[in-house]
Design a protein around this ligand. Structure first.
Ligand code: BGC
Length: 767
């Protein structure tokens, strides 16, 4: 019982513990960037109240009007939320007529393991029925990385101490609903009742096809299963499924294999939804699970080859780091139409919405380990431009595009604009990811095709909201920065500094395009109606950008008013009053000098070259004192800057808070889904933090340090067509070109050049 043992590649549950059931459903969730299945059991409901049976499809959503009793012009009108879709993994087991139920009879042995090298969730149970018949049940489940629409379950039952009848029913449960949010805005949606209406249901001796339509968004969904059995036989159809029976001699086994497909009209044309789903099942047979499992292992071997972070000296941490990377791989949409929800596809927290979490936290991890997924994420933003243009018009911007703060298909879904729409920095965050993509890949084709339009259209918004003050400084007023405990302020430092980076980059891209690819330039300029004087206006705004700085304290002010606010009384705020957002009215929080998360400190990382080390130290010291880290997006950033300024203990402590955040449920809400941004923050903490990696203005830099608690660590980065393997130990760092022809970078300021003839170099000096 209790916590999960520390193992480098696995998470292992050694008992069925009702108190941890809800949490473990999230931790044992499987996904492939499209399908997400919570770690509920195939063959019994739940062992505890309040847990959540959930299956989700990234990007498949319902919408509902948002009702505001006190309305205002331009508020977000429609909420999109990720739907709980039919539970197709269901089976029911009967042993000589007695239903398998862990609450009845006796559990003789129990173990469940998720091995992130195989991507198969395996559960082993020995159970004795009330009348004393013992069975061994081994169930294995996967959501296929290689096949977007496919999942599978293998379910094997062995008669241990008797000979007799075993019956297994396999079915789809299509009567599903979403979770209600109640008072905590972070846990679910406001919708009540079912959102999916069954329009067709076909069941034969092996297959089930259920077609459903969403009430408002009008999408069609097919859930299809194909079930076969070895060691038993089909006996009857039952509801949305089939029953199979076996007469088992003592020691014999019956094995069921169920292949599952989900396809919706967001993926294919409406008329093709059913046939596409059935087609995925075409070769389904009892051998299919093994075939899918082999594909899964091969996919993961390739992933870990490129992405593995190894930490020698701390197994619990090693487990946390790999678990986080694995969940990110499970969460990331990769079809250009979907993105990464704040909770991945593991739960209904934040309603399946995509935020800036993707671009600022998760994108770099994917860019350096799985660049093809990073590219698809940018394509998603490109496809979101039409909606972002509409949103800009609703916000009275005559031109340009404003990305939604939270969304699935591109609608602004934030019903609380002070911490939603007001976070205009989302535009700069997207531009930052385009810029990083170009730095890391050199892929200017992509910029010409997609990136230029994204960065130019979104840069225009800064001219739309900005204005020059009496001193001629370009100001961005009435915005909210990343810190959600401070809202609607003038000249949020992060926003202004990122807007400046964004506008400069937009001008560079336009000029390079005009010089190198005049036809592309003409096409983009025509598409967005770019006027000749706009680039000059962007440059002028950059040159005069107001960037608040306090001379007395020698720090960057979070905004024009932050430093004049009353300090929060931390000494008299008991632990149980955190997170503050659940205990104080927003206005109470906004009036104080208190931060939910990294804001200026995040700018220190993203715009690293713009600050001296002393600046960074002073800013860190000040903002550390006023930050609660109530957001899971905070600690990792503090860890990175602490590492940079030489606060080694702090760097380690903040890193530890991030690395096992979900495994240890330190934010006490992992039940509702994993925290994908923080998970990526772990990778950032290793690469950007301890290894001091930075990539900007055409240079790649490392400044590795080794935490005292570790013997060694190792990670890989894909950069400019190369795959670089970095190992840091007490003697320094070893850099190896694992793929590619050449790569140049610096190590603590010293040049390193790797090539085919000299593919590896050891450098001393890991401090
Ligand atoms: C954070 C935001 C974040 C959102 C989704 C909030 O608690 O303050 O920065 O985008 O969660 O993860």
């Amino acid at each position: 019982m209790g916590a999960l043992p520390a193992e480098p590649w696995c998470i292992r549950e050694q008992a069925l513990d009702p108190a941890r059931a809800f949490l473990h459903e999230t931790l044992f969730a499987l996904g492939n960037g499209y399908i997400g299945m919570r770690g509920t059991h195939e063959d019994f409901g739940t062992v505890a109240d309040g847990t959540l049976e959930g299956t989700y499809l990234n990007g498949f959503y319902e919408n509902e009007p948002i009702h505001y009793p006190e309305n205002a012009y331009g508020l977000a009108r429609t909420n999109e939320f990720m739907l709980n879709v039919p539970n197709a993994k269901r089976v029911a087991l009967f042993v000589e007529g007695e239903a398998f139920d862990p609450a009845a009879g006796r559990m003789l042995a129990y173990e469940r393991v998720l091995d992130v090298r195989t991507g198969v969730l395996e559960r082993r149970i020995d159970w004795e029925s009330a009348s004393g018949k013992q069975v061994r049940i081994v169930s294995r489940r996967l959501v296929s990385f290689a096949r977007k629409h496919v999942a599978a379950v293998e379910y094997a039952v062995t008669a241990l101490n008797f000979s007799g009848q075993v019956r297994i029913e396999s079915f789809v449960d299509s009567a599903v609903t979403n979770l209600l949010a109640g008072d905590d805005p972070r846990v679910g949606s406001a919708v009540t009742g079912p959102s999916l209406e069954v329009v067709q249901r076909d069941v034969d001796d092996a297959q089930v096809l259920v077609l459903q339509r969403t009430r408002n968004s009008g999408f069609l969904l097919a859930t299809a299963t194909h079930t076969t059995v070895v060691g038993g036989a089909f006996v009857e159809r039952r509801g949305e499924g089939q029953a199979f029976e076996a007469q088992l001699a003592q020691g014999a086994t019956v094995t069921l294999c169920k292949v599952i497909a989900y396809v919706s009209s967001r993926d294919v044309a409406e008329d093709d939804v059913a046939s596409h789903a059935l087609n995925e099942l075409k070769h389904a047979s009892s051998a299919m699970f093994a075939a899918l499992a082999a594909e899964q292992s091969a996919y993961l071997a390739d992933f870990w080859r490129q992405a593995d972070v190894e930490i020698v000296g701390d197994d619990a941490l090693q487990q946390g780091v790999r678990f986080n990377q694995y969940h990110l791989l499970q969460s990331a949409g990769r079809d250009g139409k979907t993105n990464i929800a704040a909770k991945g596809v593991t739960g209904e927290g934040y309603e399946g919405h995509y935020f800036w979490d993707t671009e600022i936290y998760i994108f770099p991890f994917l860019l350096f380990t799985k660049p093809e997924i990073a590219r698809a994420l940018l394509q998603y933003r490109y496809h979101g431009l039409p909606k972002a243009r509409e949103r800009a018009r609703a916000m009275s911007h005559e031109q340009g595009a404003l990305y939604p703060w939270r969304t699935i298909a591109g609608e602004e879904c934030s019903a609380y604009f002070p911490a939603g729409t007001a976070q205009y920095h989302i535009n700069a965050d997207v531009a930052y990811s385009v810029r990083l993509y170009l730095e890391a890949t050199g892929d200017f084709d992509f910029i010409a095709q997609y990136g230029a339009e994204i960065v130019l259209e979104t840069a225009r918004i800064w001219l739309g909201i900005g204005s020059y003050d009496m001193q001629g400084r370009f100001c961005l007023n009435a915005v909210t920065g990343p810190d959600e405990y401070t809202a609607i302020v003038n000249n949020n430092y992060y926003t202004n500094a990122m807007a400046r980076m964004h506008m400069r980059f937009a001008v560079q891209v336009a000029e390079r395009l005009r010089a190198e690819r005049p036809a592309d330039y003409a096409r983009v300029a025509a598409a967005i109606d770019l006027r000749g004087d706009e680039l000059a206006a962007l440059t002028a705004a950059c040159d005069s950008m107001r960037l608040p700085y306090d001379d007395t304290l020698g720090i960057h002010a979070q905004d024009d008013s932050f430093l004049s606010k009353k300090p929060w009384d931390f000494a008299n705020t008991p632990k149980d009053k955190y997170p503050l957002l659940l205990h104080f009215h927003p206005l109470v929080i906004y009036r104080h000098q208190v931060c939910k998360q990294a804001d200026v400190v995040l700018a220190l990382l993203l715009l690293s070259d713009e600050f001296t080390l002393d600046d960074k130290k002073r800013d860190f010291d000040f903002y550390e004192r006023v930050t609660t880290h109530d957001s899971s997006l905070s600690s990792c950033i503090f860890s990175i800057i602490a590492a940079e300024v030489g606060y080694r203990d702090k760097a380690y402590e903040y890193f530890m808070e991030t690395a096992r955040l979900d495994l240890d449920n330190t934010h006490a809400n992992t039940e509702y889904g994993v925290h994908t941004a923080a998970m990526a923050g772990t990778w950032l903490g290793v690469a950007y933090g301890f290894a001091g990696m930075r990539l900007s203005n055409g240079t790649l830099r490392f400044a590795p340090t080794l935490p005292a608690q570790w013997q060694r660590y190792r990670f890989k980065v894909h950069v400019r067509g190369a795959l670089l393997d970095v190992v840091v130990d007490a003697h320094g760092a070893m850099y190896t070109l694992a793929e590619g022809d050449e790569l140049a970078f610096t190590h603590h300021g010293r040049e390193v050049k790797l090539s085919k003839t000299q593919p590896a170099q050891r450098m001393g000096d890991a401090a």
